[in-house]
Design a protein around this ligand. Structure first.
Ligand code: 13P
Length: 288
C-alpha cells in the first residue's frame, strides 16, 4: 500500500474514540519494527521523523525512499503515514519535496500572527497536494532536537485561530512534556484540553510526549478528543535496555554475536513490544 495522508485515519479514530500512534523512527531497525507490528496487529500507524532524525538518516529523501520500499518489500497493507515531526518552515518544504505524506509545522514559538500566516500558507500547499498538516499551539515541554519548551498550556482562542485555517490536526500544549516526566509533574491539564476541544469542535487533537503518561490519563485524553499520540523516548529506552542487557550478558562475545543483525535484534524486539503495548492502550488494534 502507498503512503497515505493521516486525515482519514485520524477522523476514523476521533469518531471511534481511539488514537493512532505516531512512533518516531531513527533508522532501518526502528522503521521495520514499527511497520511489522502495525501489520501484525492490523493497526494504522504514523511514522514520525524529526528534523534531527532526518539529518541522521542522511536526508528526508533517503527516509522517504526507505519507508516506501520497506512497505512494498514487507507487504504492508495497513495505512501508513510518513510524517515530519516538529517541522520548521523550511523543513516542511523539504519533506513535501521528498514525498512525505504528512507534515507538522511547529510555529508554536512564533508570535501567534506569524504562526497563523505560515500555517495558512502551508494549509493551502498541503491541501493542493493531498497531504495532512499538523499545527501546534503552546510549546510542548521538555527537549526535542534542541528545542526546549516548558510544558505550556495552550490558549484555546489561539487554538481556534489555527484550527479555523483548515489544518488536519492540532497539537495543543496541555502540560505535556517530551522525554521522561519529572517526579513532581502535575499531570495533563484536562481543563485546558476540554476548553480547546470546545473551541475547535471536530478537529482531531494530538498529544505529544506520549512516553510515560499514565494509562488512565491517556484514556481520558482520548475521550476528550485526542486522536493521535506521539511516542519517541519510550522506544529509545526500550531499545537501550535490551541492547545493554545483550552486551552485559556477554552475548556479543559468543560465536557470531557481534553480527549487527544479532546485536540489534533484542533492541528491535523491544521496540516491537513497546509499540504493541501502546497500540493496545490507544485502542488502534484491528482498526486498519
Ligand atoms: P516522547 O519522546 O516524550 O515520547 O514524545 C514524542 C513526541 O511528542 C514527538 O513529537
Amino acid at each position: 500500500m502507498a503512503l497515505v495522508s493521516a486525515k482519514e485515519m485520524l477522523e476514523k479514530a476521533r469518531d471511534g474514540k481511539y488514537a493512532v500512534g505516531q512512533f518516531n523512527i531513527n533508522n532501518l531497525e526502528w522503521t521495520k519494527s514499527i511497520l511489522q507490528t502495525a501489520e501484525e496487529l492490523k493497526s494504522p500507524v504514523i511514522l514520525g521523523v524529526s528534523e534531527g532524525a532526518g539529518k541522521y538518516m542522511t536526508g528526508f529523501k533517503t527516509v522517504a525512499a526507505m519507508v516506501k520500499a520497506m512497505i512494498g518489500c514487507l507487504n504492508i497493507t495497513v495505512p501508513v503515514a510518513l510524517h515530519l515531526d516538529h517541522g520548521t518552515y523550511d523543513g516542511c518544504y523539504k519533506c513535501i519535496d521528498a514525498g512525505f505524506s504528512s507534515i507538522m509545522f511547529d510555529g508554536s514559538h512564533f508570535p501567534i500572527d506569524e504562526n497563523v500566516a505560515k500555517t495558512k500558507e502551508l494549509v493551502s500547499v498541503c491541501n493542493h497536494l493531498g497531504l495532512s498538516l499538523e499545527a501546534e499551539v503552546g510549546a510542548i515541554g521538555g527537549e526535542e532536537d534542541g528545542v526546549i519548551g516548558r510544558g505550556e498550556c495552550a490558549d484555546p482562542e489561539e487554538c481556534k485561530k489555527i484550527a479555523d485555517l483548515g489544518v488536519t490536526m492540532l497539537a495543543a500544549g496541555i502540560g505535556n512534556i517530551h522525554g521522561k516526566y519529572p517526579a513532581d509533574w502535575p499531570g495533563l491539564s484536562f481543563e485546558t484540553l476540554a476548553a480547546v476541544k470546545e473551541k475547535v469542535g471536530n478537529m482531531p487533537l494530538v498529544l505529544h510526549g506520549g512516553t510515560g503518561i499514565p494509562t488512565d490519563m491517556i484514556k481520558k485524553a482520548i475521550s476528550l478528543g485526542v486522536a493521535k499520540i506521539n511516542v519517541n523516548t519510550e522506544c529509545q529506552l526500550a531499545f537501550q535496555e535490551a541492547t545493554r542487557k545483550y552486551i552485559e550478558e556477554g552475548k556479543d562475545l559468543v560465536g557470531k554475536g557481534f553480527d549487527p543483525r544479532k546485536l540489534l535484534a533484542p533492541g528491535a524486539q523491544a521496540i516491537k513490544d513497546t509499540v504493541k503495548e501502546k497500540m493496545e492502550i490507544f485502542g488502534s488494534i484491528g482498526k486498519a
